[in-house]
Design a protein around this ligand. Structure first.
Ligand SMILES: *Cc1c(COP(=O)(O)O)cnc(C)c1O
Length: 430
């Protein structure tokens, strides 16, 4: 296999369309013309693979799927409309009917809402566990558990997951491990190399890097075996009645059947399709992923080190710092650099004026922008207690390592000296 950077710019695209465009073109069409009725019938029956209608698949999305699969070292991928959609269709496809999910308790807020409320509406039970407590993962698994789910690096406080340990627990129970690698990025960490069976991304963040487009991807690493437990995965091993009398596992096999189910059932039925234009935008971003992420990673560590020595900062939550609780895991799992999303606490009292003091700092920033996003070329801050984590109780926030003075920072591509000066000037306002 070629190197990471080569795959970033080439994987998935061969100039083979009639016009031989060197860059993957945007196939902006809702549907595809069939050469004959026989060809159409084969496509509808999943006897042949090809383009049929843009809700399920298209050539631009397919380049993106192959490229992200190549970066994660996976076998196949399905691209969808957003990171939320990627998490949802992945867990719905694995849970099937009657399945149960065990998830880390430190997840992206939208994922918590999805698992806690919407999956509950759907009758899919989810047990949340402290992701650092391996006994808790083991104890939460039931006979009907169909997936374990966590983020490689959680935010806002950048915990690093011991992926290998959780993967071993999952595999001992015959269950796949799904990892959200949005903050990790395949440049810094490839969860499949540590035992994850499925890797999901919000492509909106680092894969894009430009902050213009929503998208999501799920990569099948090819390690999940639906035939291992008789009757355990009927969605793969029993006849796929909507199409024919064959089972998806028999037709597509390991590494391919999952994407076939996601596209032909969940994306087809629920409709979270990625537009060709957004797929193309994300592809432009991916071409510079390693350059951006290594720069952002170095900048974030420099900012974390600077903030650690600042008298108005009481704590910096970055696993690259030697005194951080997850430093040893970061050294093991992140040899190419730490996360560029981290947070810090202001050294201010927790009283009636906390919000006002935090606002003085956040509103005083001139280079770093107040935006509820991460992984952008621009450096961004957010205030978890009044934004992303505002619906949590003070106890839940404390359990997540967040206080009312915690500020999240996503380091961008600006000059680090400008970012440090901006932070210093804003901090001087309290
Ligand atoms: C943003 C994000 C999501 C959701 O992705 P969208 O593209 O916004 O739908 C999921 N997981 C993580 C870790 C994220 O940061």
């Amino acid at each position: 296999m070629t190197g990471f950077a080569t795959r970033q710019v080439q994987a998935g695209y061969v100039a083979g369309v009639a016009q031989n465009s060197a860059v993957a073109p945007i196939h902006q069409t809702a549907a595809y013309e069939f050469g004959s009725l026989a060809e159409a019938a084969d496509l509808f029956a999943l006897r042949a693979t090809g383009n049929l209608y843009s809700r399920n698949a298209g050539p631009t999305q397919q380049v993106l799927e192959e490229r992200v699969a190549a970066l994660e070292g996976g076998a196949s991928a399905a691209a969808v409309a957003s990171g939320q959609a990627a998490v949802a269709v992945t867990l719905l496809a694995l849970a099937g009917r009657g399945g149960h999910i065990v998830a880390a308790d430190r997840l992206y807020g939208g994922t918590v809402d999805l698992l806690q409320e919407t999956f509950d509406d759907f009758g899919i039970p989810v047990t949340f566990v402290d992701q650092d407590d391996l006994d808790a993962w083991r104890a939460a698994i039931r006979p009907e558990t169909r997936a374990l789910f966590a983020e490689s690096i959680a935010n806002p406080i950048a915990q690093v997951l011991d992926i290998r340990a959780v993967a071993d627990i999952a595999h001992d129970a015959g269950v796949p491990l799904v990892i959200d690698n949005t903050v990790g990025t395949p440049h810094l960490i490839r969860p499949g190399e540590h035992g994850a069976d499925f890797v999901v991304h919000s492509a909106t963040k680092f894969l894009s890097g430009h902050g213009t487009s929503l998208g999501g991807v799920v990569v099948d690493q090819g390690t999940f075996d639906a035939s291992a437990e008789p009757g355990g995965w009927p969605q793969f091993t029993e006849p796929y009645a909507r199409v024919g009398d064959f089972a998806l596992w028999d037709r597509f096999g390991a590494g391919q059947a999952f994407a076939a189910l996601v596209k032909s059932k969940y994306v087809h039925d629920l409709g979270p399709s990625l537009s060709p234009f957004n797929a193309w935008q994300i592809l432009q971003g991916i071409e510079t992923l390693d350059l951006r992420v290594s720069r952002q990673s170095a900048t974030a560590l420099a900012l974390a080190q600077h903030l650690q020595g600042h008298p108005l900062v009481s704590a910096v939550h970055h696993p690259g710092l030697a005194d951080n609780r997850w430093h040893a895991l970061a050294e093991r799992y992140l040899p190419r650099g730490g996360p560029s999303v981290f947070s810090f606490d202001l050294a201010i009292p927790d009283d009636g004026q906390t919000q006002e003091r935090v606002a003085r700092v956040v509103d005083g920033l001139r280079v770093i922008r107040l935006v509820a996003n991460i992984g952008d070329a621009r450096s961004l801050v957010a205030h978890p207690a009044s934004m992303t984590h505002s619906h949590l109780s003070p106890q839940q926030r404390a359990a997540a390592g967040i206080s009312r003075s915690t500020i999240r920072l996503s380091a961008g591509l600006e000059d680090p000296a400008d970012l440090i000066a901006d932070l210093d000037e804003a901090l001087a306002l309290v």
